[in-house]
Design a protein around this ligand. Structure first.
Ligand code: TTP
Ligand code: MG
Length: 348
């Protein structure tokens, strides 16, 4: 596998949060949704799903299927809060993350020098222990297959789809499982006797392009396990830095360098953790008169080592001529690029 893509998705997310916050609800059919019988189900716990209750079903229908279920209104603020903690765990593993929804994300873990299964287990463990919830994880060499994998043995699932498992894993699937094939297309295909991916293999590329319009080629490729979509990082970090307001104003450069050394350490650790490198180093100084001076140096190659960062920071500091004491010192690296190999330090 040249790329390793992970898809993570919380199990019965809103309902699981309700069960976590109120232990009496554990193991019970919990249905979260709009108030009153006119609303729809946002989600149902797996216990409630056994009665045939699912997302988007009108509440009155859910009540018919599961009259003894516990019906709760949604608490979005709380779900967002829990979601933030989950994403914190994920961002600790890599910054190459594409959040898809409140409980779902793609991670590009190609650069992590650790077995994908170990990374998955680490994430599951951390979310279970630190947050108290279960997440399902799918791993494969593209987005389509990793999403299919995370759904494979939900809840609390973990599944890898390797290249040799395609197409046998795809063949028996209903065409409704193929991302991009909408409800209308499913109906039209059913009408011409196409129900499974195996049936769809019989359709030529030309036919797919004509039948599905601009998504035709994509669908033709998807069912053959091809998906070139990248993991799109929505909130790319532009810089990593650290600054501090000193307890006492100082003028000695040697003393300032002690701070620069400490900051270089922290920044270097962050660069390693996020799997990125930097080309520009910036030193910031605020004098006792509140004048701010920033000076940067950009080098030709990418760096991440604390010594390298520190040495450049010292050069910059030495080039600044100041006669006043300073009250704040800061160090930032920017012009970030991707690190190809990253050793995870969290897996011992
Ligand atoms: P999903 O991940 O689709 O569902 P889920 O987490 O409840 O269950 P699963 O184990 O199958 O992943 O959606 C995440 C949350 O988004 C879900 O808990 C509630 C909300 N949601 C709605 O409000 N309306 C909907 O129609 C769907 C599908 C989800
Ligand atoms: Mg989910």
């Amino acid at each position: 596998m040249d790329r390793i893509i992970m898809h993570v998705d919380m199990d019965a997310f809103f309902a699981s949060v309700e069960q976590m916050d109120n232990k009496k609800l554990k193991g019970k059919p919990v249905i979260v949704g709009g108030r009153g019988d006119r609303g729809v189900v946002a989600t149902a716990s797996y216990e409630a799903r056994a009665y045939g209750v699912h997302s988007a079903m009108p509440i009155f229908m859910a009540k018919k299927r599961c009259p003894l279920g516990i019906y709760l209104p949604t608490r979005h603020k709380r779900y967002k809060e829990v979601s933030n903690s989950i994403f914190k765990v994920l961002f600790n593993v890599t910054s190459l993350i594409e959040p898809v929804s409140i409980d779902e994300a793609y991670l590009d873990i190609s650069h992590i020098n650790e077995k994908p299964l170990m990374v998955a287990k680490y994430i599951k463990d951390k979310i279970r222990k630190e947050i108290g919830l279960t997440i399902s994880v799918g791993i494969s060499y593209n987005k389509f297959l990793s999403k299919l994998a995370s759904d494979w043995n939900k809840p609390n699932g973990i599944k890898i789809i390797t290249e040799d498992m395609v197409p046998s894993i795809l063949m028996p699937l209903s065409i409704s499982k193929i991302h991009g094939v909408g409800k209308k297309s499913v109906k039209r295909l059913n009408n011409i006797g196409v129900f499974t991916v195996e049936d769809m293999y019989k359709l030529s590329k030309g036919f797919c392009m004509e039948y599905f319009g601009k998504f035709g080629l994509e669908i033709y490729e998807r069912i053959r396990g091809i998906d070139r979509r990248e993991v799109i990082i929505s909130r790319e970090r532009k810089s990593i830095g650290k600054e501090t307001t000193l307890k006492k104003d100082i003028i000695s450069k040697e003393e300032m360098k002690k701070y620069l050394l400490e900051f270089s350490n922290i920044i270097s650790n962050n660069l390693y953790r996020e799997g990125v490198l930097a080309k520009t180093v910036t030193v910031k100084i605020k004098t006792s008169n509140f004048e701010i001076h920033t000076r940067s140096k950009t080098i030709n190659n990418y760096i991440k080592d604390k010594r390298e960062i520190y040495n450049i920071a010292c050069d910059i500091l030495d080039s600044i001529d100041f006669k006043e004491t300073i009250r704040l010192i800061g160090l930032t690296v920017s012009n970030l690029g991707e690190n190809k190999i990253q050793q995870l330090s969290f897996i011992k």
